[in-house]
Design a protein around this ligand. Structure first.
Ligand SMILES: Nc1ncnc2c1ncn2[C@@H]1O[C@H](COP(=O)(O)OP(=O)(O)OP(=O)(O)O)[C@@H](O)[C@H]1O
Length: 522
């Protein structure tokens, strides 16, 4: 025991441990940094970039690090590159790490929520902003446990550096043993030092995991909530004061001859639609009729095959000459459009509080100061009646509240046109009412809205105009009265289907009129 304690505290061994730590830190830092870019390249859409990177990762993961180390140490001098044993070992370990870190980081990026990424793109986040504010914070949560494991594995691999003569911990242990033959106390003491170092790594991993975990964020949010209880309540003065729609108002959204194909499948087939300032249009149609595709096209989230979309004369996803915009110019195009969107599955950024979610568009896209963005976000939250929840994380809110935060987030960007993609279809029936009421309240303020919905009773009470899509075409449109008197058989059949009514024995219009009177106008 005394021998063991003697060697456990021996400065000679601890100096070797410091060398191991230096190798670890250098190799891991380089591995993470280069691995990050390799991970981005390995998920690229460009084959010429993806393939060589994947081949590099495949080769490094498939060969022992010891072999790579010996190869590098002996091959580089033949090209005139002479490194010290320490630098060679660090380089070899780092090159090996780049492959493993790239795969770990790629796994984290792939695991990020697609809806949140789509929301960021829809709002006009640049690729960099999307990475920094949405992808990396989420990916970190997935990456950290595996990266912690990788760091411990790498610490042990530093002992391989002894084969090229680096005088690190394992080698120093062997040197002592070769002199005094006290195998057990020396090697157990070396093992103890490795364990102390890996325990420190595990502690660091635990700290980082809790730092970036949602529980920690929730606790921080709780503290902020306590402070914000004293903050002055914002007044909901973000919206136009009164209902402003008139049938002669200027056209804000002008869609002309829109064709959208997914591969070879045509989804929108020459759809035209004009929406006037202050108008509320409800989009109805069976599942698969193209409602969501239409809304995504308006935000240039889906490539348009033919046709044009103008928002206040601003072409979406196209140059002024009508050519598709290159992808790198789409974020600015979306940011300029003044179109806001509310998604079916909320797509709130789950690591941000309600207030932070609402600040994203003013702060990140419109580049307002933090104070201005906070003011807009607070007023938007007040508009949807959620001021008291500004410090709550999405997972601490009910589905209905989450969707109202989604609405507030869109409002904080002060949109010209607000799109709703089936805003209540992911909600339990008892939560639908509160969200519908919020949208109805907004409809009365004069904001221009295009709402895709399956809720006919809601459409009847919220919309100035009903638009019915079928199979990618606009089949029928008109005031809400057409819900009672559909003119076309497809619309009539759709209404019967949605209202769960039997096939008519009398003419279609008579039957549907009776149904319409029976709407539960919730
Ligand atoms: N990314 C995609 N790739 C291929 N096909 C797609 C894609 N997105 C949608 N589609 C197809 O396009 C058609 C229209 O889909 P869309 O989501 O626009 O319909 P929808 O009317 O919004 O339906 P729902 O009411 O169920 O949301 C469907 O046939 C769907 O399968």
């Amino acid at each position: 025991m005394q021998d063991f304690l003697h060697y456990l505290t021996l400065p000679y061994l601890w100096q070797g441990a410091v060398i191991a730590v230096e190798l670890l830190v250098g190799a891991l830092a380089g591995g993470i940094l280069i691995g990050f870019f390799l991970a981005l390249a390995s998920t690229s859409r460009h084959l010429w970039l993806r393939l060589p990177v994947q081949a590099y990762i495949y080769a490094l993961r498939g060969t022992p690090v010891l072999l790579q180390l010996i190869l590098l140490y002996n091959v580089l001098p033949q090209f005139g590159l002479r490194f010290s044993p320490f630098a060679s070992a660090m380089l070899a370990l780092m090159i090996n790490e780049t492959a493993f870190c790239a795969e770990i980081i790629r796994g984290g990026i792939v695991a990020t929520d697609r809806n949140q990424r789509m929301a960021a793109q829809a709002f006009g986040f640049s690729r960099l902003s999307e990475m920094v504010h949405v992808v990396i914070p989420q990916a970190l949560r997935a990456i950290l446990p595996t990266l912690g494991n990788e760091a411990v594995g790498l610490l042990k691999s530093t002992s391989l550096a002894s084969v090229v003569g680096v005088n690190e911990l394992t080698m120093r242990g062997q040197i002592i043993v070769s002199q005094n033959f006290l195998f057990i106390p020396v090697l157990v003491a070396s093992g103890g030092i490795y364990m102390i170092m890996s325990s420190a790594l595990a502690g660091g991993q635990w700290w980082l995991e809790s730092r970036f975990g949602l529980d920690h964020r929730a606790r921080r949010a709780q503290r902020r909530r306590d402070r914000s209880a004293r903050a002055e309540a914002a007044s909901p003065d973000l919206l136009p004061p009164a209902r402003a729609f008139s049938s002669t108002a200027a056209v804000v959204l002008d869609i002309d001859g829109l064709h959208v194909d997914y591969g070879r499948k045509p989804v929108l087939k020459g759809l035209s639609l004009k929406v006037r300032r202050g108008e509320v249009v409800a989009l109805l149609g069976r599942s698969g009729s193209g409602k969501s595709t239409l809304l995504k096209s308006i935000l240039a989230l889906t490539p348009v095959t033919r046709g044009t979309i103008l928002v206040e004369g601003h072409p979406m996803g196209q140059t002024a000459a009508g050519r598709p915009l290159p992808e790198r110019r789409l974020p600015a195009n979306r940011a300029r459009s003044g179109v806001g969107i509310v998604f079916q599955h909320f797509a709130l950024f789950d690591h941000m509080t309600a207030l932070q979610n609402c600040m994203t568009i003013p702060r990140i896209v419109q580049r307002a100061s933090a104070a201005v963005a906070r003011g807009k976000a607070r007023r938007a939250l007040a508009t949807v009646g959620l001021s008291a929840f500004e410090a709550s994380l999405p997972h601490e809110l009910s589905g209905g509240q989450q969707q109202r935060v989604g609405i507030a987030r869109a409002l904080a960007g002060e949109p010209q046109v607000l799109l709703f993609d089936e805003p209540t279809s992911a909600l339990d029936p008892e939560l639908v009412r509160e969200v519908n009421q919020t949208i109805r309240d907004l409809a009365h303020t004069g904001i221009t809205m295009l709402i895709s919905t399956h809720d006919i009773a809601f459409a009847a009470t919220v919309a100035d105009r009903i638009v019915f899509l079928q199979d990618g075409l606009l089949v029928e449109e008109g005031p809400p009265a057409i819900l009672e008197h559909p003119r076309t058989e497809p619309f009539s059949a759709f209404l019967r289907h949605e209202l769960g009514r039997p096939e008519p024995s009398a003419p279609a219009s008579t039957e549907t009129a009776a149904d319409a009177h029976a709407f539960d106008r919730n």
